[in-house]
Write a protein that binds this ligand. Structure first.
Ligand SMILES: Cc1cc2nc3c(=O)[nH]c(=O)nc-3n(C[C@H](O)[C@H](O)[C@H](O)COP(=O)(O)OP(=O)(O)OC[C@H]3O[C@@H](n4cnc5c(N)ncnc54)[C@H](O)[C@@H]3O)c2cc1C
Length: 494
């Protein structure tokens, strides 16, 4: 084919897979290099004692993105993996033990708002309408590049007019009076590594994405999606190299000429797409003499997202039938604002816990041995800018979380555990090459979003591209999937 290029993609996360498949569909030769022994990145699936634990993403939204990609390849997504819609989307617990079921049906949500705080019904209705307006205006831009300043200037007047420079929590508070409801309708930035206090309200569109297309679960876990994408990639003729770490992006005359692997092998490329984090790439993959000092300085001074401890565990006892928990559960302490300050700006472990508890076997028992229950609990913690010594703090923090779950949600938990695995900020730094151990790359603040986020095409090297959470549009599976589309479109246009 005329114009057929040799393209290397570094990293097989959702961003890298999305870009790599689309580039194959354009007719290029694509080699996908992944340092871990399996693809998926944050979506890696761990296998422990017969349990399959999804490492990261569990809330699957915007399923049309997968459908569209498989359709472009002349396939049906359903032939590769199944999606099940979930309802409720989330069960959010108040500290007093009551909960709010965040459901698909707007009438159901309204009824729960009425029960929780009758004076907030009208405000909630206005809030819903406003969020739909945000979605209608800005969602179509989430798969467009924000490479040029005019792209940003075009959206600023509407953002200003709609009050979207406010933090998500402050925005929800314009409409809603009850403190717990304010939290419920502003928590979504936490899913992408931002604090509801300073993530601009334009990110409210994430909650509308859930309303439009639902929240889904992939049968077999998110790992089934990763497996399907990797299968599609190889079926289309792509070359997937696992356990293959790129050590250098080789630059000559302001162009990337290829990549160098750990064993010294040089792979030449016409275009290089990096799904590894941009800050890591500038620190470790691009030789200092080729780096523009301003870009390096900016990456050093940007704000990085929170990190996480995630404990994956299986129990010999089943808990689903007790009815207390749902598939996705959110549990945050009452001292909410203090908790957020300590997670996002603190130097030590937060005094209280902010937890997401995943119980997939309530929907899909096939991912665990018969008669058992599978969980993961995710605790938000500061990134490695804090002065926490994780080599020492990891085990006690794990014990604290498990004791809390045993005391409040999962009776006799610790006597019933038969499989366990754990990750903490050091995993993000050392295994996933994430600067400061940040779980979601840069925080989604106003000055780090859209044009202000590192661009999809390098400002320095015309044939080096970035996909994934550290570039536009940001973190979360739909966003990084879109970054793959943006980059493939750019390369396709030449
Ligand atoms: C615990 C957790 C839960 C989450 N839950 C959700 C959720 O429910 N829903 C949702 O939408 N999002 C969720 N997210 C966010 C989402 O998972 C991420 O934003 C997204 O998966 C990131 O994808 P990515 O392509 O940017 O990068 P990654 O997944 O990090 O992939 C990058 C890949 O590049 C590889 N790599 C890096 N450097 C090199 C190198 N030099 N050579 C070779 N390979 C390299 C890494 O090994 C990795 O496999 C969650 C994240 C975490 C951590």
């Amino acid at each position: 084919m005329a114009g057929r290029k040799e393209i290397v993609v570094i990293g097989a996360g959702f961003g890298g897979l999305s870009a790599a498949i689309r580039l194959l569909l354009q007719g290029h030769r694509v080699t996908l290099l992944e340092k871990r022994d399996q693809p998926g990145g944050r979506g890696y699936q761990y296998q422990v004692n017969g349990f399959k634990f999804d490492g990261g993403p569990t809330v699957i939204t915007a399923p049309y993105m997968f459908d569209d990609l498989f359709a472009q390849a002349g396939r049906k997504r359903e032939d590769y993996f199944q999606l099940l819609p979930l309802d409720p989307y989330y069960r959010i617990f108040h500290e007093d033990g009551r909960h709010f079921d965040y459901r698909r049906d707007p009438a159901d949500i309204l009824e729960q708002v009425r029960q929780w705080s009758p004076g907030d019904v009208a405000g909630y209705e206005r809030f819903s309408k406003a969020v739909r307006g945000v979605f209608d205006r800005f969602y179509p831009m989430t798969d467009q590049s924000f490479q040029r300043l005019p792209d940003m200037l075009r959206i600023m007047p509407d953002m200003l007019r709609m009050g979207l420079f406010l933090g998500m929590y402050q925005y929800a508070s314009l409409f809603i009076k009850d403190e717990f409801l304010r939290r419920i309708f502003s928590f979504h930035p936490l899913l992408i590594g931002g604090s509801p206090m300073d993530t601009p309200a334009i990110f409210a569109l994430i909650s509308q994405v859930e309303k439009e297309w639902g929240v889904h679960y992939a049968v077999g876990g998110t790992g089934a999606i990763v497996h399907a994408l990797a299968t599609l990639f190889t079926e289309l003729g792509g070359q997937l190299c696992l356990s293959t770490e790129v050590k250098q992006i080789v630059i000559k005359d302001k162009r990337a000429t290829g990549v160098k692997l750990g064993d010294g092998t040089f792979l030449p490329a016409d275009e290089v797409v990096c799904n590894g984090e941009i800050a890591f790439a500038y620190q470790h993959l691009i030789a200092p003499e080729h780096q523009h000092p301003l870009i390096r300085a900016r990456l050093n001074t940007m704000g990085y997202s929170s990190s996480l401890m995630v404990i994956y565990f299986g129990t010999k006892k089943r808990y689903a039938h007790e009815g207390k928990l749902s598939h996705h559960n959110i549990i945050v302490a009452d001292q909410y604002q203090r908790l957020l300050r300590e997670i996002f700006h603190g130097r030590d472990l937060p005094r209280d816990l902010a937890l997401y508890l995943h119980m997939p076997t309530i929907t899909d028992p096939s991912i665990a041995p018969p008669g058992t229950e599978s969980f993961y609990v995710l605790g938000l913690v500061p990134n490695l800018d804090a002065r926490i010594n994780w080599a020492e703090a990891s085990q006690p923090y794990r014990d604290r979380i498990m004791q809390f779950l045993e005391d409040h949600y999962l009776p006799d938990l610790q006597a019933n555990i038969i499989a366990e695995h754990r990750i903490d900020p050091l995993h993000f730094r050392d295994t996933l090459n994430s600067h400061k151990g940040a779980a979601f790359a840069f925080r989604p603040s106003l000055m780090q979003s859209a044009w202000f986020r590192p661009h999809n095409r390098s400002d320095q090297f015309a044939n080096l591209y970035f996909v994934g959470a550290g570039t536009h549009p940001g973190a979360g599976v739909p966003a990084v999937f879109s970054s793959g589309k943006i980059v493939a479109d750019m390369i396709g246009r030449g």
